[in-house]
Each structure stands twice: as C-alpha cells, then as structure tokens.
Design a protein around this ligand. Structure first.
Ligand code: IPM
Ligand code: MG
Length: 364
C-alpha cells in the first residue's frame, strides 16, 4: 500500500482547530482510495516559541524535509506582539518557505454561487469570479538584503528593507504563472510597479521574454495600484495573476473578499527539487478574536488538503472528491458563522468537518 508522510503544523489560534479537520479529510480519502497517510505533528509559531524558545521547534524543519507534504495552520497573535523581530511567530513560517525553497504560492479565489451574498461586494460585481493569485514567496522585500534598523545618537533612526529579484527568480515564478494559466482560461496578468521600480522593470522584461515560450497564453502587464482597483471593480476580468511577494500578499487578501470569506480560501506553496514539495495552508490567519470557541470555518483548511492531494501527491481525482464534498455541504445549506445568513443552518468547526468527511466517504 502506498503510504504518504504528512507533516502537520497547526500553529496558533484557529490553526489548531481547523487543521485537525483537514487531517480527518485526508484520513477519509485514505480509507476510500486505499492509500495510507502517516501524520506527524510539530510545533510552529507562538506555540513553538512558548514550548521551545524559538518560532520553529527543533526537528520541525527535518520533519518537513522528510515528508511528502506539509499541512500548515496559521501562526501569530497579540500574545507575542512584544517578542523580538527574529523570534516572532511569523518567522517560523518564513523560515520554512525559505529553507524548503517554496517559491510559488498559489491562492485561488473563487466566488461560490451559494455564497455570493456573503461577500460585502455587490452580486453584480463578484458573481462568476474565479481567479488564481500566484505570489512569489521567497524573494523581494521579505528576504532582500540589506535590511535592518540604524539608530542615531540624536534619537532618530533609519530602517531598510530591500526589494531585490534576480532574473532567475523572476523567470521561475513567471513559468509557474504561464503553466497554471495554461491549465485555466489561458490569461495571465503580470502585476508590477514598472512605472516606478527598477525591480519591476526587470520583472516585466523577464516575463515578456518567458511569454515567447507560451504563445497560447494571453499576457497583460498591470500596474499594482490599478490591479488593486480592478479586483474590486471587475474581478471577473482576471484569470491568473502572477506577482512578487509583497504585492501578492496584499492582493491575495483583497481577493479573499471576493470569495465571501477568508475562511473559504486555501493555498499551496510549491517549490523545492522537482517542484513537488508543498506546504498547504488556509489563507486566513489565527483569528485570535474567535480562537478556542469552535466556530472557525474549516473549509479553507480542507480545500488546502485537496490542493495537497492535487499538487504534491498527484491525486487529482481524490482532490476533486474533496472539492465536490465541500460544494455539496454548502448546497445543503450548512454554514459556519463567517458565511452564515438568514435561512441557512449554522454549524461549528467540528460539525462542518463531520459533514464534509461524510460526503467524502460517500463519494467512494
Ligand atoms: C500570508 C501571511 C504571512 C505573509 C505572514 C503570517 C508572515 O500574511 O501568508 O499571507 O505575510 O506572507
Ligand atoms: Mg498575508
């Protein structure tokens, strides 16, 4: 029997509540498809900081290296706001991305027909939205050198972050963008700030060169400020978006609103040798305001597990079953608090997990 090793890193806040639901989904898939899953947990984020003194528990990185894929929850929270920069919970996640070379972050944002009214935007705007933000994840401002704070004798200071990209880094994320667009509606928007930043000028130059290898994909260059506006004005214009790290961080949160709730959005961070290694995490954060209450929406985590099946394990048909199970449960009218509206049935985290697990089981 094929057995997959999955590293499970729930992290903090609602990460600890939604990740177990994603694990249960994979167990149900294992039973149905006749494959084995071995799960091993490790601490990351504030949980790791409290228990081990650092944002990534000793052994966690090795566990991730030795696994087929990583199920990740979320990290951070106000409890650790005062912690020194290099020990912040977020550093655990950033270290994993960098160490495992997970350079491509795929964030699909789809407006589910039954959730159109959960979005604060008008139905006429969001209806039919189905886009994919591809965010470069290991370069740019997040990792560029030099960086740091200079303190002056007069009490003033100067802080530096550097947005740096090599043509190699741009080329590999651009290729990912074209490859993904090719499997979708064959339209790619490359987002930059080429009217101001030299980094963006290089970005544009490299993307344009790579485009010659993908004559079947229609490429457009969009300035990031304009893209931010178009996303809430005419989101159906977009199919696949490829952009650098910080722009992608911001635009993918904006795109989340199009899907009704952050609680619906999965993500995959791909890279490493062979491009198969992946870290799968819901786009939402730790949501300290609702953590520990059993009300968080596990769908983003569950759809992340589906992406894990699709991208790291090459099990597309199983991923389709999970996606379909989520749709069916929504069609039946079950909703967690974030997507609840009059006339639908309010359920908690575990109950939503139960419903989707049972639909997955029924599908085999
Ligand atoms: C995300 C998050 C992270 C990021 C934080 C937690 C470091 O906002 O995954 O989008 O900025 O990349
Ligand atoms: Mg973010």
């Amino acid at each position: 029997m094929t057995t997959y090793r999955i590293a499970v890193l729930p992290g903090d806040g609602i990460g600890q509540e939604v990740t177990p639901e994603a694990v249960r989904i994979l167990q149900a898939v294992g039973k149905g498809a006749g494959v084995g899953f071995e799960f091993e947990e490790a601490l990351v984020g504030g949980a790791a900081l409290d228990a081990t003194g650092g944002p990534l528990a000793p052994g966690a990185l090795e566990l991730c290296r030795a696994s087929h894929a990583i199920l990740f929850g979320a990290v951070g929270g106000p409890r650790w706001d005062e912690v020194a920069h290099e020990k912040r919970p977020e550093r655990g996640l950033l270290a994993l991305r960098k160490e495992l070379d997970l350079y491509a972050n795929l964030r699909p944002a789809k407006c589910f027909p039954m959730l159109v009214d959960a979005s604060p935007l008008k139905r006429s705007v969001v209806e039919g939205t189905d886009l994919m933000v591809i965010r470069e994840l290991t370069g740019g401002l997040y990792f560029g050198e030099p960086r740091g704070v200079e303190r002056f004798a007069d009490g003033g200071a100067r802080a530096i972050n550097t947005m740096a990209y090599t043509s190699r880094e741009i080329e590999r994320i651009a290729r990912m963008g074209f490859e993904v667009a090719r499997k979708r509606r064959k339209r790619l928007a490359s987002v930059d700030k080429a009217n101001v930043l030299v980094v963006s000028q290089l970005w544009r130059e490299v993307v344009t060169r790579v485009a010659k290898d993908y004559p079947d994909v229609a490429l457009e260059h969009v300035l990031v400020d304009n893209c931010a506006m178009a996303l809430v004005h005419k989101p159906t214009h977009f199919d696949t978006i490829v952009t650098e790290n910080t722009f992608g961080d911001i635009l993918s949160d904006e795109a989340a609103i199009l899907a009704g709730s952050m609680g619906m959005l999965p993500s995959a961070s791909l890279g490493g040798t062979g491009g198969k290694k992946g870290l799968y995490e819901p786009v939402h954060g730790t949501a300290p305001d609702i953590a520990g209450q059993g009300v968080a929406n596990p769908i983003a985590a569950i759809l992340s597990a589906a992406m894990l099946l699709r991208y790291s394990l090459d099990r597309g048909p199983d991923a389709d079953r999970v996606d379909a199970a989520v749709l069916r449960v929504l069609e039946q009218g079950h909703r967690t608090r974030d997507i609840h509206s009059a006339g639908t049935k309010l359920v908690g985290t575990v109950e939503m997990g139960d419903l989707i697990v049972s639909e997955v089981e029924k599908s085999y």
